[in-house]
Ligand binder design. Structure first.
Ligand code: NAP
Length: 456
């Protein structure tokens, strides 16, 4: 029987590695997801061969409930709610790791050797922190917890003291595995620490926090693997742990922020006086004007952002792009690495609408083209095209690389009104003479533009 288990776990590990490889490019992302799902199936099948299982009824019940919730969430949750969905699944994954650890300790804690109790303590720490931290992240993204940083006097000292007590309990537990009080105090403090770690972080930084929590959940799972002697948990947990960490670093780099600034900088609690309020008037343009500009342009660049996702305007923009290409206009899409609310958000939406990958240009590729671009069309993007990041050293997003649409000959911004971006900052782009504002929901604006271009 053991050979079947190890074979399934080996197959699962290989499939996870190829799944991750597939996710490195939009072209192969769908295949990557299917391979990873096949890997998870292999891991579950392998576990069912385990001779230590005394009754399978609870496993079937768990599979049925978990599988149904997963299916319902995948089918009915909109793409725009994907960050919330991810936060919830991290919370449950971490809770599972923590519960396994608690059960192991309750059953065999006192007899554990130093290495095993060390791995178990690590699993409990990361599992509990990730569980409550992810729930708070979910609450902030869903709007049930205040999105701006929640801070109080002496917060850092309080958190550091809590961390020190928690680590003290951990060290004592490694020294004396039978010290149940140290175990349960550490567990309770870890649950509290998860909350305290995430409340001072603004919701704009939640995607980075979540991928960091994802990394903790992965490492907690790897530690569970050590405790249970389960190879697939060690491999999958380590892959998850490190890929989550790398993703957090890449997101920070794309925003030109350090991890320390994201975790302790209380970003989003910014006051307008600190930045300098933007003044001036915004120039509204008519649909007919924009249609004429587009129809007679040589080069057009579309720059999508979070608003394209909320409006579900990806199909409408593809139709307009097809129409323009048919008229001989050169069309490109400029994709900012942190546009939207999760990494690759724009790529996923545009791929869903069958926009060819050859039309998608990364920020560094599109920026040199913008001075020769006749019209840059900003579709519900704000922070990622905010010139303050480049020009105003006092701005909280100073230094964040942007798509420099303001260098194009003409800019048209599609948005509903005067709503700010996720950072809550004003955007001087909207006040520049080169910019025209086309107000309305992005999807209906693009659909109307397509009709208007046909009539030009
Ligand atoms: P954004 O700055 O959040 O701006 C979105 C804009 O879309 C808003 O100004 C809003 O203005 C407009 N909008 C909303 N619904 C719309 C609709 N139905 N039709 C038309 N416009 C609509 O978006 P972004 O430029 O994509 O920037 C992403 C932000 O998220 C950045 O601050 C980034 O750092 C942060 N972030 C992203 C990630 C990631 O992985 N992608 C990770 C961490 C942080 P109106 O309300 O006036 O319409």
């Amino acid at each position: 029987m053991n050979i079947y288990i190890e074979f399934c776990y080996l197959a699962a590990s290989i499939l996870f590695v190829f799944g991750l490889k597939g996710l490195t490019h939009p072209d192969s992302a769908r295949r990557g997801m299917l391979l990873a799902a096949a890997g998870m199936t292999a891991a579950i099948v392998g576990t069912l061969f385990n001779p230590e299982i005394v009754t399978r009824e609870w496993i079937w019940i768990g599979l049925l409930i978990g599988g149904s919730i997963g299916a319902v969430m995948s089918i009915w949750m909109p793409m725009t709610a994907m960050p919330e969905r991810t936060a919830l699944s991290h919370a449950f994954g971490a809770l599972a790791a923590a519960l396994v650890g608690i059960a192991e300790y309750a059953n065999h804690g006192a007899q554990m050797g130093t290495l095993k109790v060390g791995a178990l303590g690590f699993e409990i720490l990361l599992g509990c922190i990730t569980f409550t931290g992810s729930l708070i992240a979910f609450g902030k993204l869903y709007g049930v917890v205040k999105g701006t940083p929640i801070t109080f006097k002496g917060q850092n000292i309080f958190n550091m003291t809590l961390l020190a007590v928690m680590l003290g309990c951990f060290v004592y537990l490694v020294y004396d595995a039978s010290a149940a009080a140290a175990f349960y105090i550490m567990m309770t403090l870890a649950f509290c620490f998860g909350v305290l770690l995430v409340i001072p972080i603004g919701s704009a930084d939640m995607p980075v926090v979540m991928s960091l929590l994802n990394s903790y959940a992965g490492l907690a799972a790897a530690a569970t693997g050590f405790v249970l002697g389960n190879n697939v948990l060690i491999i999958a947990g380590t892959l998850d742990g490190f890929s989550g960490f790398i993703l957090s670093v890449l997101m920070c780099r794309a925003m030109n922020r350090s991890m320390k600034n994201v975790l302790f900088g209380a970003f989003g609690a910014v006051s307008e006086t600190a930045v300098g309020a933007v003044t001036g008037t915004m120039r509204e343009v008519s649909l007919e004007d924009v249609a004429t500009q587009l129809a007679y342009a040589k080069h057009v660049v579309f720059v999508p952002g979070y608003g394209m996702a909320t409006a579900q305007a990806q199909y409408a923009v593809r139709e307009l792009a097809n129409l323009l290409e048919g008229r001989g206009v050169g069309v490109k899409f400029g994709i900012h690495p942190v546009a939207g609310r999760m990494p690759g958000h724009m790529n996923v939406l545009l791929a869903e609408a069958n926009v060819p990958y050859s039309l998608l240009y990364e920020m560094d590729q599109i920026n040199p083209d913008l001075p020769q671009t006749d019209v840059a069309v900003v579709i519900g993007a704000n922070d990622v095209v905010n010139p303050d990041a480049r020009d105003n050293p006092r701005s909280p997003i100073a230094g964040m690389p942007i798509i420099e649409v303001d260098r194009a000959r003409s800019v048209v911004v599609l948005k509903r009104g005067n709503g700010k971006g996720f950072s809550g900052l004003d955007n001087p782009l909207f006040f520049k003479p080169v910019t025209g504002m086309l107000y309305g929901d992005a999807k209906s604006s693009l659909t109307s533009l397509t009709q208007a271009v046909q009539e030009v």
